[in-house]
Design a protein around this ligand. Structure first.
Ligand code: PMP
Ligand code: GLN
Length: 417
């Protein structure tokens, strides 16, 4: 198991890595580097034989046509460097996808950059645009990679908190963006805001008013909006609203997505950016020296996937929704308060009614004690911020696992009583 004890201490080694590790909350006071919460919980699940509802990778095999197209591309010899911007078939498919689902006009030759996952897309974008000392706002809780990459740029991370809303009985009911705090987070140093909707870890989708407030504030401050829409096709209640469709978005909004979640191929790491030609040129100038280009046969697989008829995506979403409901039911029966996920891979549940105020402690206890692994929402919150306290008892469970795993996990969760 790759626990903390196994990692050598790099305490004599200075450099930007310190900002990356510290940004993601992985650096102890003694310069000990911890693994990410995903790595830690997956290792714990493997060591204990627990069902892994921690790390967000699916059990689904992915659409056969997508897998076949990648195999075929290998057989056809598409095994050398792809073009920097991505293979033409994929860029064309991305542009057609933006038109088909969102009515957006995107030029496949000048407005699309294919990347090694959304993670490289985010890294290339931030490294291209953020100077040391510039501020980058993230919604809190936030996906850990944002913090690490902002750290690498020398930028300063700022936070726009989500609020945990309560129903009339005082039970957690959902998440919404605190618009006053959002506006207050912008300053004359703000270079960009990262907007992740559908959102990891909460499963929330930001609504039109929230997204419009973000765009208005960004434009008023001359800041970019960098979106992370990797869960765009997994919206259970209502349609996903890309910020690029809002009036005035052009030139401000940089759209990032990837194939991992849509086609259940998280290990392929094929992502993309769409933005104006000027922005794509700037970002490509950096991306070129991160990896240049890669994943040729997988690019062909994803190009085939983006052209599949709606029913393939609809069936995947429907199946995931059934699993979300199964897991939610199991969590409620076990005594959790469940915040129904509007979208994505994750269901957030409050362990406070079970007597657990510390979700992180519960997550470290569960694999060994009941055979289920999950991750605490606190791993995604700003240290010392309001949500580190308010969301301390929340736990994120992945519902993207097989029905059998979810049924078995739900059964085991009953032992928490
Ligand atoms: N953004 C979010 C919100 C994610 O949850 C993930 C990983 N699941 C990523 C980005 C990483 O995407 P990719 O694997 O395409 O780099
Ligand atoms: N995105 C995955 C999650 O949120 C984790 C990927 C990783 O291990 N870094 O669970």
């Amino acid at each position: 198991m790759s626990g903390i004890a196994d990692l050598p201490r790099p305490d004599q080694i200075t450099g930007p890595w310190l900002r990356a590790a510290a940004g993601a909350g992985l650096l102890g006071d003694d310069q000990q580097v911890r693994p990410t919460i995903f790595t830690e919980m997956t290792a714990m699940a493997n060591a204990t034989g627990a069902i892994n509802l921690g790390q967000g990778f699916p059990d689904d095999p992915g659409p056969q046509q997508v897998l076949d197209a990648a195999r075929q591309a290998i057989s056809d010899g598409l095994n050398q460097y792809p073009p920097l911007s991505g293979i033409p078939a994929l860029r064309t498919a991305i542009a057609a996808h933006q038109q088909r689902f969102y009515g957006l006009d995107v030029d496949p030759d000048t407005e699309v950059q294919v990347t090694m996952g959304a993670t490289e897309a985010m890294a290339a974008t931030l490294l291209a645009l953020v100077e040391p000392g510039d501020e980058v706002i993230t919604i809190d809780p936030f996906y850990d990679a944002y913090a690490a990459i902002i750290g690498l740029t020398g930028g300063v991370q700022k936070y726009a908190p989500l609020t945990l809303d309560q129903d009339a009985d005082g039970r957690p009911a959902g998440f919404s963006l605190d618009l006053d705090a959002l506006r207050a987070a912008f300053t004359d140093r703000t270079r960009a805001i990262i907007v992740n909707t559908p959102h990891n870890p909460t499963g929330a989708m930001l609504n039109r008013d929230e997204l419009t407030a973000i765009l208005d504030a960004a434009r008023a401050h001359g800041a970019y909006v960098i979106t992370d829409e990797v869960y765009e096709h997994l919206a259970f209640s209502g349609a996903h609203l890309p910020m690029a469709t809002l009036p005035g978005a052009r030139g401000t909004v940089i759209t990032i997505s990837s194939a991992g979640k849509t086609f259940s191929v998280t290990g392929w790491k094929i992502g993309w950016i769409t933005a104006t030609p000027e922005l794509i040129t700037a970002i490509a100038a950096v991306k070129q020296y991160l990896t240049f280009a890669g994943g040729g046969p997988f690019q062909a697989g994803v190009a085939a996937g983006l052209g599949l008829p709606d029913d393939v995506l609809d069936a995947h979403r429907a199946s995931l929704r059934v699993r979300r409901d199964l897991l939610s039911e199991g969590l409620r029966a076990a005594g959790f308060d469940v915040i129904e996920a509007a979208a994505g891979y994750f269901t957030v549940a409050d362990a406070a009614p079970l007597g657990y105020q510390d979700g992180a402690a519960l997550c470290r206890e569960m694999p060994g004690r009941i055979g289920v692994a999950a991750v605490p929402v606190s791993a995604f919150t700003a240290a010392g911020g309001q949500n580190a306290t308010r969301m301390a008892s929340l736990v994120r469970f992945a519902h993207c696992k097989s029905t059998a795993s979810i049924i078995e996990a739900a059964d085991r969760l009953q032992k928490l009583h």
